[in-house]
Design a binder for this molecule. Structure first.
Ligand SMILES: [Zn+2]
Length: 391
């Protein structure tokens, strides 16, 4: 096609080297208006058929009468990522009581409250759970032909979060729990996000092992809700990092092995041990906890001896730390089926969590809970896709 041969605006061809760009813009506009027109026509046509060939009578919502006549069309504007689209819904009038109503709203999915198509809302939500609402609204405006306000994004996220429920089918799974602070609520220190995820090894991907994770609980506030959840889903194996007592929430509880070693450092410091010496003790504990080939009784006695040694050296805090954790330290060795004995697979999720939560502003507890719920639901539950990671 050359200039003059087609019936297109002159400005498309007036700038050298920009023809394809300009052409694309013009054709997009043309196809969008064709889309809007076609959409409206089909929606109208469907209703005509329903109305004309109805096998069941249309009942008046007011008097229950079934003698109705057509009473024109009512316009409805929907916002979509291809722009505002005007659709028409059939109106009918009851001959009995003169009430006018629109019988197909429900069947069409055009409830009076609907102002957006789902595809548009889904895009806005996918943005809103990752970047600030105001920025999401701006990106929507830039990248689609529709608009939504920042407050609109927030409302849609709240609505969506409300409709999400997590799987209860976790029999035999290993549940990893973790809590982390976010800047939310009225307290200066912020509020706690509590997370519970099942984790198991997934298939090898490019020579690296993957981890399949499923979110089973998320709440912002007290850990009571998380504990209650673990009890109601009858969690069998739980791994935690020691911040809370989970002994009554599952049949078998394991303290995160990595955290046990890491936390020891702090207690050694409390006991007045020098930095260099702390490393020595940590290595010793690590050796005991990570000797997987050893028989359970042998590991148990090695741990006992290590604690006794700390005690006899007067390291009260360090010994106390391990003593408290002792009943939950080697569960993974005696109870079969622990897929993980650390909470490491959760770390990646917590990083993602902080990335969205740390935006400088203070959240409401419900606000951040809504965002995180959808974020992790879409990250972990919606696709069977597995994430790369290491145990
Ligand atoms: Zn009526």
């Amino acid at each position: 096609m050359l200039p003059g041969e087609v019936n297109l605006p002159r400005k498309i061809f007036s700038s050298d080297g920009q023809v394809v760009n300009r052409l694309f813009t013009v054709l997009c506009k043309a196809s969008d208006s064709a889309l809007a027109q076609g959409f409206a026509e089909i929606v109208k046509d469907v209703q005509e058929r329903w109305f004309g060939n109805r096998s069941l009578p249309i009942r008046c919502p007011n008097c229950g009468g079934s003698h109705v006549i057509g009473k024109g069309w009512r316009s409805r504007v929907l916002r979509t990522s291809r722009g505002r689209i005007e659709l028409f819904v059939r109106q009918v009038r009851c001959k009995g009581c003169q009430r006018t109503f629109r019988p197909f709203n429900q069947a069409l999915g055009l409830a009076t409250s609907r102002r957006f198509l789902d595809e548009f809302i889904d895009k806005a939500i996918m943005l809103g759970i990752r970047v600030p609402f105001a920025y999401s609204a701006r990106v929507m405006k830039e990248l689609t032909c529709g608009t939504i306000s920042a407050e609109g994004v927030r409302q849609q996220i709240a609505k969506k979060a409300h409709s999400i429920s997590f799987s209860e089918q976790i029999a035999g799974e290993t549940v990893l729990v973790d809590s982390t602070k976010v800047k939310a609520g009225k307290k200066q220190r912020g509020a706690t996000v509590n997370l519970a995820v099942t984790a198991k090894q997934g298939p090898q991907r490019n020579g690296r092992s993957s981890i399949v994770k499923k979110l089973i609980h998320l709440n912002v506030g007290s850990t009571a809700a998380l504990k209650h959840r673990l009890r109601t889903v009858k969690a069998q194996r739980v791994v935690h990092d020691g911040g809370e007592n989970y002994s009554l929430c599952a049949s078998h509880v394991q303290r995160c092995r990595w955290h046990l070693v890491h936390q020891l450092k702090h207690y050694l410091w409390q006991d007045g041990i020098s930095l260099k010496q702390r490393g020595y003790y940590q290595k010793e504990l690590q050796k005991i906890l990570w000797q997987s080939e050893q028989r359970p009784e042998k590991t148990k006695s090695a741990l006992r001896a290590f604690i006794n040694n700390l005690e006899s050296c007067g390291l009260r805090h360090s010994a106390g730390h391990l003593k408290t954790a002792e009943p939950e330290t080697l569960t993974f060795q005696t109870v079969k089926g622990f897929t993980f004995s650390t909470t490491s697979p959760l770390e990646r999720e917590v990083r993602e969590l902080n990335r969205r939560a740390d935006v400088g502003a203070r959240w409401s507890e419900k606000g951040i809970e809504n965002v995180l719920k959808i974020l992790f639901h879409s990250r972990l539950n919606q696709n069977s896709q597995t994430q790369l990671g290491h145990a």
